[in-house]
Design a protein around this ligand. Structure first.
Ligand code: SF4
Length: 379
């Protein structure tokens, strides 16, 4: 059997359509181009067909953009083509991202009938004012309504929340978490807001029109998240992800192990046979290239062994429970972790930001708050 870090056991499919472009969004997503959806699906199938033969996989993730922006017929077509080219093995995980404002009962039926068994819902906040600051175009009550369709149909589901939104405070974030918990999730992703260069929010911030939440308040929000979710039985298994045991996202665990994955669609990245490449983020260019029988990829990156090992260390360290297992690391990269990064690890163990038990290295609680600087030094 080929090793999972060489040949993919996971597939990512990107759907770029959105009802509206949120102010903080840096994803390959577009509003106002729904008329291109059928053409896009045809291009997606052409791109998948280039693999030559259907590929067995353990996980499929359909993300965006907003996959549920497609209409029910288009969703059905999408799932059928994915099912033809990616053969999900029994017990495999198939996730689709959904937006509370674009999911309806018919689409939920289509997803379930098509083989999807996990839905990731972009809730982001339950505070109307904060949703407005993020320029999200759904109302808080739409999350509960979407969950009424999701719960009976899918064994696994999750939603995303964002903390540190301009105008947010610790009490508002505490209230958001309580509302989230009252909905009974077994998996939650909680991300700190990032001002991505070039986004509408970043421009407003640069122009002094929005004020970022100060560092101390953001730390308090993150701290509260870790403690409150643990108390509720959702363990932090990655810097931003929390789950009841058995509900972790298997697809994302593949990314954090630096394993290989297929990627299809505009802006999609893939990592196959040690080679990483990314498709163009320009939708018209993607369509044109695929329709003309050309590759949609931009620059191809083959990482040198040491760069690959360092990247693997950074990704694995994001896993707050698993961390880096030295023997697994050696098996995957051919590098001894201590020869590669011994002084850095030692320094942070000494400062109480990392801990180790002889084999495994992982963040301490204090280290989680300074994770970015530790990870930067390992690259
Ligand atoms: S719904 Fe998601 S992908 Fe679409 S614009 Fe908003 S944040 Fe971006």
């Amino acid at each position: 059997m080929v090793d999972s870090w060489v040949w993919p056991r996971a597939a990512y499919i990107h759907i770029p359509f959105c009802a509206h472009k949120c102010g903080y969004c840096d994803f390959a997503s577009l509003a106002g181009v729904d008329h291109l959806a059928d053409r896009y699906l045809t291009a997606l199938e052409s791109e998948m067909a280039r693999m030559g033969t259907p590929q067995p996989v353990e996980t499929i993730f359909v993300g965006g953009g907003t996959p549920t922006r497609l209409d029910a017929g288009q969703l059905r077509r999408l799932l059928a083509m994915i099912g033809r080219w990616f053969l999900l093995e029994p017990g495999g995980e198939w996730t689709v991202e959904a937006n509370p404002g674009t999911l309806d009962e018919e689409k939920a039926d289509v997803l379930a009938a098509g083989g999807v068994n996990r839905v990731s819902l972009g809730a982001q906040s339950f505070q109307p004012g904060l949703l407005q600051a993020l320029e999200r175009n759904h109302a808080p009550e739409e999350v509960g309504r979407a969950l009424d369709w999701i719960r009976p149909r899918f064994p696994y589901w999750s939603f995303d929340l964002i903390f540190g939104v301009p105008g947010s405070t610790l009490p508002l974030w505490e209230a958001d978490l309580e509302t989230a918990l009252s909905l009974g999730p077994a998996h939650l992703s909680c991300y700190g807001l990032v001002y991505e260069k070039g986004t509408a929010l970043w421009k407003q911030w640069q122009a002094g029109q929005v004020r970022e939440v100060d560092e101390e308040a953001e730390r308090a929000m993150y701290e509260h998240t870790i403690d409150r979710l643990r108390q509720a039985g959702l363990l932090m298994y990655e810097i931003s992800n929390f789950a009841r045991p058995g509900h972790e996202s298997r697809h994302n665990l593949i990314y954090w192990a630096n394993d290989a994955y297929f990627g299809v669609g505009v802006g999609a990245a893939r990592y196959v046979g040690g080679v990483r490449s990314v498709n163009t983020r320009d939708l018209p260019a993607y369509l044109r290239r695929i329709e003309e029988g050309r590759e949609a990829t931009g620059p191809i990156e083959t990482l040198e062994p040491e760069a690959h090992a360092r990247e693997t260390a950074v990704l694995m360290l994001r896993r707050t429970i698993a961390g880096i297992d030295r023997s697994d690391f050696m098996r995957r990269t051919g590098f001894d972790l201590d020869e590669l990064a011994g002084p850095t690890l030692k320094k942070y163990v000494g400062r109480g930001l990392l801990e180790e038990d002889g084999n495994r290295v992982r963040f301490t609680r204090e280290g989680l708050f300074l994770a970015d600087s530790v990870l930067c030094e390992l690259v």
